[in-house]
Design a protein around this ligand. Structure first.
Ligand code: NCD
Length: 310
């Protein structure tokens, strides 16, 4: 892998993904082997939007590598409230840390911020744009449960504003996965994402649907997403689609017994809790995989001054 910054999953080749996933599997098998590996290193956390899993798993990952974090804290308690620009904030915090993690409500914020810093910057979500570290843990979970070869994935819900979807769809083109996108017409994949997927050479493997029914039996993985209420310009538009595209045990009667159900979480009501204790459910495991996968990524980035060779 040879990247200073990780902004979108488009940067990741199949070999890059495999490097991170293999390292994560090694760490998962024996976390104590890396317990002091990055003692003295600091990770800067800049979260301008709410986060539970992403922020806490980055923090857990850094601490389990022997390092520590410096956290900007909430926007309310930071100098952002005084009108500081993002460019200034990242330039200051890069002086306090060896790498930065940024989540921001504006699409493109991570790209812009990365132009002002020399330490590696990891995009932990930029508006409706990308969320590449989530993609790495999603791929790790898929590899563990269904394998990445000869894969058929259904991605359902808010495909328009869902950044985890945009990142995952791109990364799956590396594996020639068949991808079925299921959403209401108003929340289908942005045309530029579809265009990019075609450019990546995976056009033939992509289908869009308004109903899950027609594709469910063929799926190895069903990736369910939350309708991103906070990104709707108009609350009435949100209300029109809220509550659509939910699954319960009855829905899954038509699925293959080996189907793996995933969700980046948080869920609202997309997946009925009755699915949680079945063999289908992989979403809590998926959230837990955030720690070894982010440990692997940080280890690769910090081991080589921000540039790691395969
Ligand atoms: C996602 C996000 O923030 O994009 N959550 C996460 O990082 N696991 C998905 C979401 O908010 O729906």
């Amino acid at each position: 892998m040879r990247h200073d910054h990780l902004i979108t999953s488009k940067q990741l080749s199949r070999a890059d993904v495999e490097t991170v996933l293999d390292r994560a599997a090694e760490i998962d098998a024996d976390p104590s082997a890396v317990a002091d590996r990055h003692a003295g290193s600091l990770l800067g956390l800049l979260f301008f939007e709410p986060s539970t899993r992403t922020k806490m798993s980055f923090e857990a990952a850094m601490k389990r590598l022997g390092g520590d974090v410096v956290d900007m804290g909430s926007v309310e308690s930071s100098s952002v409230k005084k009108g500081e620009t993002l460019a200034d904030t990242v330039r200051v915090i890069e002086g306090y840390a060896d790498a930065l993690v940024l989540r921001h409500p504006k699409q493109g914020a991570a790209t812009m911020a990365s132009e002002f810093v020399d330490v590696p910057l990891l995009n932990a979500g930029d508006g409706a744009g990308h969320h590449p570290t989530q993609t790495l843990l999603d791929l790790y979970t898929i590899r563990e449960n269904a394998g990445l070869e000869d894969l058929t994935v259904g991605i359902m819900g808010d495909l328009k504003y869902g950044r985890t979807v945009h990142s995952l769809a791109h990364a799956l083109t590396n594996f020639d996965a068949r991808q079925h996108f299921v959403s209401p017409e108003s929340l289908r994949l942005p045309r530029e994402v579809v265009y990019d997927l075609h450019q990546a050479g995976n056009g033939a493997g992509i289908r869009e649907h308004e109903s899950l029914e027609e594709v469910l039996p063929s799926l190895d993985v069903l990736y369910v997403t939350r309708i991103q209420r906070e990104r709707f310009p108009d609350e009435n538009e949100y209300q029109k689609v809220a509550g659509e595209y939910q699954i319960d045990l009855e829905t899954l009667e038509a699925a293959d017994d080996d189907l793996t159900v995933m969700h980046p979480l948080p869920r609202v009501d997309e997946i009925a809790p009755e699915i949680d204790d079945t063999e289908y459910a992989a979403y809590f495991e998926q959230a837990h995989n955030g720690v070894p996968v982010r440990m692997a990524l940080l280890d690769l980035l910090l081991s080589n001054g921000g540039e790691t060779d395969e």
